[in-house]
Design a protein around this ligand. Structure first.
Ligand SMILES: [Zn+2]
Ligand SMILES: [Zn+2]
Length: 328
């Protein structure tokens, strides 16, 4: 349970009464270290950072990233499509390699976020800390919430997942998955370069730096995407569609779309809203690795844009598909 003020509601929008320079400073706090990291890569090029390290960084970022976006989020949290068992295992394993916590804890925290979004009980809302001001609200949403003693009661929110022995194994062995995620770039770096230095830089860039970048990008969906961006759908929360997060977070930045249609496998609903996770799911479907994807129809989207904010999240129909799981 996060430390929230029980009297606070979403109607108190802390972003509206915060000085622009404070908001700019916070954005700079996220962007500048990333710029610094890119600068360090350029300066270290062909010494401590080379083409192989860049490939390992990008490939591991995508493998672990899609494990989170397609696996932990769209499949396990929202059941937005169906998949064969071995694909489900791979999604769980790759998501666990991202070092964002055991699967059950991740899913429970996220389902709780949807249930209480930007209200009392939301584990990581920048708006549920009215007495802390904008800076602390932002800090709490980005990563401060991780340091609260209990962020989500796991059992209550993931009974469906806990019933599956395979998923219990993945959840229990999340540390093993993280280790494998570190070993893959280390071993590949060493074997391809045939050097210990290649193994070391593979570990640093494909392992440690990849986790650093991916963590901040994921946390930005919780913080940035509840503060800055477009709000086309009248949801009860302050979720936003943020273009930058849309790209970096592999489609997860179209966050207002997602809060309006939580069970949709597609988050970038317009043609220009690039959603690489959705493109991967479509490719998986062509290969027989995904089916029965849930996506809102045009009429459904138009209706959702006009309905009252307190109307429950719609359950998306899918031809012949089973009813999707609803967040507890
Ligand atoms: Zn959200
Ligand atoms: Zn979600």
């Amino acid at each position: 349970m996060s430390q929230v003020n029980p009297t606070h509601t979403v109607t108190d929008d802390i972003s509206s009464d915060s000085p622009p320079f404070v908001q700019s400073m916070l954005l700079a706090g996220i962007i500048l270290p990333m710029v610094g990291l890119v600068a360090a890569m350029v300066l270290a090029w062909n010494s401590f950072f080379g083409p192989l390290d860049l490939v390992l960084l990008v490939v591991m970022y995508l493998i672990c990233g899609y494990g989170i976006t397609i696996g932990f989020h769209r499949y396990f949290s929202h059941k937005s499509f169906n998949a064969p068992r071995w694909v489900v295992f791979m999604l769980g394993f790759c998501g666990s390699m991202a070092m964002q916590g055991p699967m059950f804890w991740w899913v429970a925290t996220h389902r709780k976020h949807h249930k209480h979004s930007d209200q009392e009980g939301d584990p990581h809302s920048p708006h549920a800390h009215d007495d802390h001001g904008f800076f602390r609200g932002f800090w709490h949403a980005h990563m401060g919430w991780l340091f609260h003693s209990s962020t989500a009661p796991v059992g209550k929110y993931v009974q469906d997942l806990k019933a599956d022995p395979m998923l219990r194994w993945i959840d229990r062995n999340s540390t093993l998955c993280v280790v494998v995620g570190m070993l893959i770039p280390t071993i590949l770096g060493g074997l391809i370069s045939m050097s210990w230095m290649g193994a070391l830089t593979g570990f640093i860039w494909g392992g440690l730096v990849r986790v650093l970048i991916e963590h901040h990008v994921t946390w930005s969906v919780n913080s940035v995407c509840h503060l800055w961006g477009a709000h086309p759908y009248q949801t009860t929360d302050k979720s936003r569609n943020n273009v930058v997060c849309g790209f970096l977070a592999l489609g997860e930045g179209w966050h207002n779309n997602h809060h309006a249609f939580p069970t949709s496998a597609r988050h970038g609903l317009r043609w220009w809203q690039f959603d690489s996770s959705w493109l991967i799911i479509c490719a998986m479907q062509r290969l027989g690795l995904a089916s029965k994807m849930r996506v809102p129809s045009t009429e459904h989207q138009e209706r959702r844009a006009k309905v009252r904010p307190d109307e429950p999240d719609p359950v998306l129909p899918v031809g012949g598909g089973e009813e999707p799981h609803q967040a507890a």
